[in-house]
Design a protein around this ligand. Structure first.
Ligand SMILES: Cc1cc2nc3c(=O)[nH]c(=O)nc-3n(C[C@H](O)[C@H](O)[C@H](O)COP(=O)(O)OP(=O)(O)OC[C@H]3O[C@@H](n4cnc5c(N)ncnc54)[C@H](O)[C@@H]3O)c2cc1C
Length: 346
């Protein structure tokens, strides 16, 4: 049974040094969380507009834009100039998008194991080629060839874009255009373990004006003892900047940020680790971002090809659900219904 913890009441250390609950921080600083507490004026984005241009046009100050970069864009997976304003605003205006933040206390994989129970799932089968035609679909893997009437493709967008999986014949032009109009955001996580607590015991998250901008302790909610492990997420330009001299240099830059923020120039971790989704051949990025001018691209990616190739995964989920686990889950239910409807109509 999966257990959850709501994190809105968790304490967060702000850049001014004060400690607040998430809710207090949002009330105190109206620009604390763009997607929750900012009432955006009722001005529609232009079709080709990127989020940064749109926010400037509706009157955001440089300080507010900087916050949008550090908070919203970093969590979204790319920098403001790559994010479709139409897509982002559709997400902000969608009232069905979430009721706060939660953590799965027994680990995220418990969710996958629960969903997978009783199913025939073959791990370690690397798909290399998908051959599709009038009769069937043949999927070539490192452990043999599988034949089916139709397939559901849930490969990460970055893998599809990399060409690591060959389609024979190639995908139609409209599907290739959809793939080209969504970006797989680059992202890394920096993880540091310390011998002693580095922040007040009750603090679980920290927002920095430096790079990386978002820090939290993965021990929060799981451990009663002081939090010794701190993690930072950097995507978009933050990620590109941190990685420019390699992974070891990125870890050092992250540590320098923590040292400055905590005013502890000698702070040294017992251990550190970098997770690089850009370099992971089975991910090629963190999650998908719709680029300016292409707010329909997710829908186009989700559309079946010749009733043989069906599409699911986070990149095919609608705005507001994409780039999330629940979006990927909902896309799986959507594609199952598409195939059921097709079979019933025959
Ligand atoms: C740092 C980070 C933090 C996140 N935080 C959250 C969060 O707090 N809440 C939330 O809801 N979502 C979060 N997400 C997003 C969420 O993890 C994804 O949206 C979701 O996992 C996407 O599911 P998916 O099934 O579409 O793709 P994936 O989970 O990426 O699954 C695709 C699978 O395809 C496999 N694969 C790749 N290539 C091949 C191949 N050639 N052959 C066979 N298999 C292959 C991969 O190994 C993988 O298992 C986060 C993501 C990241 C990176």
């Amino acid at each position: 049974m999966t257990q959850w913890k709501k994190t809105d009441d968790s304490l967060v250390r702000l850049a001014d040094g004060s400690v607040r609950t998430m809710q207090e921080a949002r009330a105190l600083y109206p620009d604390f969380d763009l997607t929750r507490s900012w009432a955006l004026p009722d001005i529609d984005p232009l079709p080709d507009e990127d989020l940064g241009t749109y926010l400037r046009r509706i009157g955001f100050s440089e300080a507010q834009l900087d916050y949008a970069r550090r908070s919203f864009a970093n969590a979204t997976g790319e920098s403001l100039r790559y994010i479709s304003a139409q897509g982002a605003v559709a997400e902000m205006r969608d009232p069905s998008c979430g009721r706060g933040d939660f953590r799965i206390l027994d680990g995220y994989d418990s969710l996958a194991y629960t969903q997978a129970a009783g199913l025939d799932i073959r791990l370690g089968h690397i798909v290399q080629r998908i051959m599709w035609g009038d009769q069937n679909v043949r999927v070539v893997t490192n452990h043999g060839i599988f034949t089916a009437d139709r397939v559901v493709i849930t490969l990460p967008l970055g893998v599809l874009q990399s060409g690591a999986v060959e389609f024979d014949p190639p995908l139609p032009a409209d599907k290739q255009a959809a793939l080209a109009h969504i970006r797989m955001g680059p992202g890394i996580k920096l993880v540091y373990r310390f011998a002693e607590p580095v922040m007040a015991a009750e603090i679980m998250a920290y927002y920095s004006p430096l790079n990386p901008p978002m820090w939290w302790s993965p021990s929060a909610g799981q451990s009663e003892s002081p939090y010794l492990v701190w993690t930072a997420l950097a995507t978009g330009d933050y990620c590109r900047d941190l990685l420019k001299d390699g992974e070891a240099a990125a870890l050092q830059m992250g540590l320098e940020t923590l040292r400055k923020e905590l005013n502890r120039p000698d702070l040294t971790p017992v251990d550190s680790y970098l997770v690089n989704w850009v370099a992971d051949p089975y991910a090629r990025g963190v999650y998908s971002v719709v680029t300016p001018g292409h707010s329909e691209a997710r829908l186009e990616l989700a559309t079946p090809v010749d009733n043989r190739l069906f599409w699911a995964g986070e990149a095919t989920a609608p705005h507001g659900y994409a780039a999330t686990v629940h979006g990927a889950y909902a896309s799986g239910k959507r594609v199952a219904q598409e195939i059921i409807s097709l079979m019933e109509s025959r």
